[in-house]
Design a protein around this ligand. Structure first.
Ligand SMILES: [Fe+2]
Ligand SMILES: [Fe+2]
Length: 191
């Protein structure tokens, strides 16, 4: 091995027994990220359907929705380009994402923002784990995930600035949405 190569970190290397190989790891990453961005877009669509244009926060939500749309478009290209099978659960996330957005918006604007904070916290942690798992052989993908993670952190901050933490039953609401989001991630990696 040349000196140069030994310095560079490679994706899925070194592997421990039972670890996924690189192809399987990337396959799983792109499937779940594509699903997650799709779900995020649907959450904001559910919120906008309830809050409509009357709400002061709907312009803010529309901006976040537009960014999720950009993230989703990028993963759509990657899923096709790298021949990744999309999640079989997309019809479920279509309905569940919208329902989560609509239900939280029905509880009020603070609850809608609490939903954003909870979901984005789970997603930014998820992206951070993926970024750490990618080596220099996947520098492009790692760079994209880093940029998207920055956007998600900004969405979380928007939620906090809109008094998410003052939503009714915030700790319970946040915990429930986080467990649902983690389950959705686990399922979308596999199915
Ligand atoms: Fe996103
Ligand atoms: Fe986001």
């Amino acid at each position: 091995m040349s000196k140069d190569k030994s310095r560079k970190r490679r994706t899925a290397a070194p592997r421990q027994p039972g670890d996924l190989d690189k192809a399987a790891l990337i396959d799983r990453m792109l499937r779940v990220d594509h699903a997650g961005e799709y779900g995020a877009r649907r959450i904001y669509e559910g919120q906008l359907a309830v809050l409509g244009r009357r709400s002061g926060t709907s312009a803010t939500i529309r901006r976040m929705h537009a960014q999720e749309q950009e993230h989703l478009a990028h993963f759509e290209t990657l899923v096709v380009g790298r021949r990744v099978r999309p999640t079989a659960l997309q019809p479920l996330w279509h309905v569940a994402g919208f329902a989560l957005g609509a239900a939280t918006a029905l509880l009020g604007e603070r609850a809608a923002m609490a939903c954003t904070v909870a979901v984005e916290e789970v997603i930014e942690e998820h992206y951070a784990r993926q970024i750490a798992a990618l080596g220099d052989d996947e520098a492009d993908l790692r760079g994209k995930l880093t940029a998207f993670r920055e956007d998600e952190l900004q969405h979380r901050d928007v939620g906090l600035a809109h008094e998410a933490e003052q939503a009714p039953a915030y700790p319970a609401l946040s915990a429930a949405i986080k467990s649902g989001s983690r389950l959705a991630i686990w399922l979308s990696e596999r199915l």
